[in-house]
Design a protein around this ligand. Structure first.
Ligand code: ADP
Ligand code: TZP
Length: 258
């Protein structure tokens, strides 16, 4: 984890244009604000390109996709590519229906994502590897390093595969992150908010590999700290304390004194 990336995000407060799903909008906006970014949620096709042009990064999350959303995502993604700002694609539930699968295919033909982030089932689907999924969730085990590497190679991007262990992979390097807590899997939108925080970290001058690894490691550490708090009983009490933890310094999250 490169803590300078987090410090830089907190200094610059990057504006992240979110085209995300209805389930997680408020949680994502509060989580990114706490971390140190500036969220804006905007899905109208009419303003998608203009919004991306004033933003520092764009998040495309297909969780509750409609036909209009897809056109807006293509417009925002293209504008971001043109401006040279990062784009994170989160193909939520892509394996669930042919509609989602075709929409992501179209998006990937028109937009070059800096990072593709998803759980094992979502990323496996993108590279035609069989995996057990149920709606937006992923189950089972398999070669997650191989899947992340395949996604990075196929789409010439940085892949972030989440789960009990997270894999960050480019065409050249792969690393595993072990921070995190099972309560994250009990909170809807935990993966979606991570996408937003990755987008914020991608706005510094470092490599996407280091930026993504930092975002994922920090996020898991914040979850571990949260779960260790006495007031946290289960997923309901986890949520507000996790939002708080996202604003903390790494030293404090680790319980180290300065
Ligand atoms: N069993 C687990 N133990 C620790 N961390 C987990 C576990 N499951 C998920 N996470 C963490 O939760 C976050 C969201 O991952 P995941 O649940 O795979 O995403 P999604 O919500 O998109 O399915 C990631 O930071 C990941 O590391
Ligand atoms: C439940 C649900 N349905 C459509 S989007 C969504 C949220 C999924 O969020 P996450 O995959 O981050 O838990």
């Amino acid at each position: 984890m490169n803590t300078q990336i987090i410090d830089t995000v907190r200094k610059n407060k990057p504006l992240i244009h979110h085209l995300t799903n209805q389930v997680v909008m408020n949680f994502t906006a509060n989580g990114l604000l706490s971390f140190g970014g500036a969220p804006i949620m905007a899905k109208a096709e009419e303003e998608a390109a203009a919004m991306a042009t004033i933003a520092d990064g764009v998040l495309l999350n297909i969780g509750t996709l409609s036909a209009n959303d897809l056109q807006a995502m293509i417009a925002a993604g293209k504008a971001a590519n043109q401006k040279g700002i990062p784009v994170v694609l989160d193909p939520v539930g892509v394996a669930a229906t042919p509609y989602r699968s075709n929409a992501v295919k179209q998006l990937l033909e028109e937009v070059q994502p800096t990072v593709i982030k998803g759980n094992a089932g979502e990323l496996a689907h993108l590279v035609n590897v069989p995996w057990q999924t149920k709606g937006v969730d992923s189950f089972g085990d398999g070669n997650i390093e191989e899947i992340a590497r395949k996604v990075a190679k196929t789409y010439q991007t940085t892949a972030v595969l989440t789960g009990k262990r997270d894999v960050i992979s480019t065409t050249e390097s792969t690393t595993i992150n072990g921070t995190g807590h099972p309560l994250l899997a009990k909170v809807t939108g935990a993966g979606c908010l991570l996408g937003s925080i990755i987008a914020a970290c991608l706005t510094t001058d470092d490599s996407p590999y280091e930026q993504a690894e930092t975002a994922v490691a920090f996020y898991g550490l914040a979850a571990e700290y949260t779960a260790s708090q006495e007031q946290v009983k289960a997923s309901g009490t986890f949520i507000p304390h996790f939002i708080d933890a996202l604003s903390m310094d790494v030293t404090a999250l680790k319980g180290e004194s300065l």
